[in-house]
Design a protein around this ligand. Sequence first.
Ligand code: GLN
Length: 216
Amino acid sequence: MAGEPAPGPAPRERSERLKLGVLALQGDVREHAAALRASGAAAVPVRRPEEIDDLDGIVIPGGESTTMSKLMVDFGVYEPLRKRVNDGMPAYGSCAGMILLATEILDGRPDQVSLGALDVTVRRNAFGRQVDSFEAPVTLDGDDFHAVFIRAPWVERVGDGVEVLGRVNAGPSEGRIVAVRQRNVLATAFHPELTGDRRVHRLFVDMARRAKSTED
Ligand code: GLN
C-alpha cells in the first residue's frame, strides 16, 4: 500500500544470509559448525586467507593456542583475521580461542601471537596443568550453565568496556571469570559446543545478525 514502508526481511531470511566461519586449523570445528547451524546461521570451515573476506563472523575453537598461533601465521590467516576482527567483524573464541583474542596472555609462550581484539588478561592452563578436563557450574548472563573445561584459561583482568558474562559459581575456582564480551567479541573459557546447550552459540549468532543488520 502506498505510503507504507516496505516490509524488512523476515528474521529467518536474515539468518539464512548470515555466513559464519569456523577457524579450522585445530579443535572442535564440526561441533561448532553444527551448533551455529542449529542456531540459524550458515557455517563454513576457514583455512585460507581468501575464505575470510565474505564472512559475517568467525568462531575460533579450542585447541592449543601456541600451535594455533603458529598455524594461523603459517596459513596466512593471522593478518587478515586480525584486521577484520579489529575492524568489527564478530568473533567468538572458546578456550584457546579466548586466549587467541586476548590482548594479554599470562603463562603463554613468548612467540605466541594474539589477535588482540579483547581487552583482557588471560592465564593459560589456569585451573592447574594436572586438571585436564572437568565440569563446573557457571552463572552465564544470570542463568545456570553447565560448563566443560579442558586445560582452560581464566580471565584475570578485564579492561574498560569488557562485560563479564560468566563466572564459576561453586568449588575451588568460584568467582573466576570464564565468559566475557566486548563489542563484537565474545569469549568463553569453556566448551559449549560439547554439551548440546546452544545458548552461547545463539548469543553469538545474535551478535553477528545485529552487526550485519546495522551494516546493511
Ligand atoms: N591449554 C590450551 C592453550 O593454552 C587451551 C585448551 C583448550 O582450548 N581446550 O591453548
